[in-house]
Ligand binder design. Sequence first.
Ligand SMILES: C[S@@+](CC[C@H](N)C(=O)[O-])C[C@H]1O[C@@H](n2cnc3c(N)ncnc32)[C@H](O)[C@@H]1O
Length: 369
Amino acid sequence: MGVDRHTIEHPSNVIVRWPIRADGTEGRWRVSADGIRELIEKGYIRLGRARGDQTTIQYISRGEVKKVESGVFKIKGHRDDGSLEVQDTEYIPTVVPGTQWNIKSHDASVNGALMIRSLIPRRTFPFPKSLYAVEDCLRFLIKSKPNATILDFFSGSGTTAHAVMRLNRQDGGRRQCISVTNNEVAAGEQTSLRKSGLRPGDPDWEKWGICDYITKPRIAAAITGKTPDGKDIKGDYKFTDEFPMAEGFEENAEFFTLTYETPVAVSHNRAFARIAPLLWMRAGSEGRRIDAIPADGWEVADTYGLLTDLDKASAFCKAVEAKGTIRIAYIVTDDDRRFQSVTRHLPDAVEPVRLYESYLTNFRFSMGR
Ligand SMILES: C[S@@+](CC[C@H](N)C(=O)[O-])C[C@H]1O[C@@H](n2cnc3c(N)ncnc32)[C@H](O)[C@@H]1O
């Protein structure tokens, strides 16, 4: 303290490395001299590329030391400088990751903003995250869960859905992603739209909303490998794997708009077309969807069936059993007794759901006064 560092003498065969901050002022090391000696002895510290008094000194944090000592990271051997080499490729995390990761691929400007520019040219979104940063976060949690469902309820530019596609491609997984966003128009844009006499809800207003202008086209571009103009996306993915973005992915995506439906319209089966996607999603968002009230009073898709005319219950139950892949039977009736009697004829593995009682209970967000 209080001594000019240039006046300190040191042996001639030693390079002195001072803790100098980027602005040139003197900082202080975070590890004491004894702490450093211990790190050297255990092989937890090493020097970066030789750059004289600018050479970086790398050491592993206490959290990482614990992982080595508890055997989470297997020791492969020692480098020539005595530092440890650990094997972490098969590492399936059992601990919460640290709060700071310093990884180049996580750079949001290159792998967030520029990535969006390649996928949907000329459309900008403020501060999209790096695709690879989101991918790494997800990998931490769902690497060993190939059938996981990921819910992203503020999906913005759709980075999470895109990262899920990449993870699936890497290990043949069938993870699903539910991306939810509003369709807000950026504040600056709103002012000019208002000046042209437009209001929220007008098609010429809504088309500039985040969902229609960014989220949906970005997800579509990632899957198809084409920009909204139908051109091949330029550039390659460059991370744990490398391949042209124009190759796209094998995924499917469905886009729905959330609407408000009155309980009366729902309970009288008058809102069926708008409720149809919810029934399909509750059954796993797989296979065919029943989009209209079945003319025969019942219908069986791939993962669920719908019975609207209880006089046809016998044919319906037989078809459900024959199909073998049905998870849910939706039964439209006000009569609880009849509902119970149909459920007795369904296979045990099929969950009976009464419409619209269940619908109105599950999806109601105002419980009245
Ligand atoms: C910070 S951004 C998410 C960024 C995203 N993770 C990415 O990397 O692109 C948050 C998003 O949530 C949306 N949002 C805000 N309020 C919302 C609400 N009440 N319901 C649904 N989405 C909303 C905004 O439109 C915005 O796009």
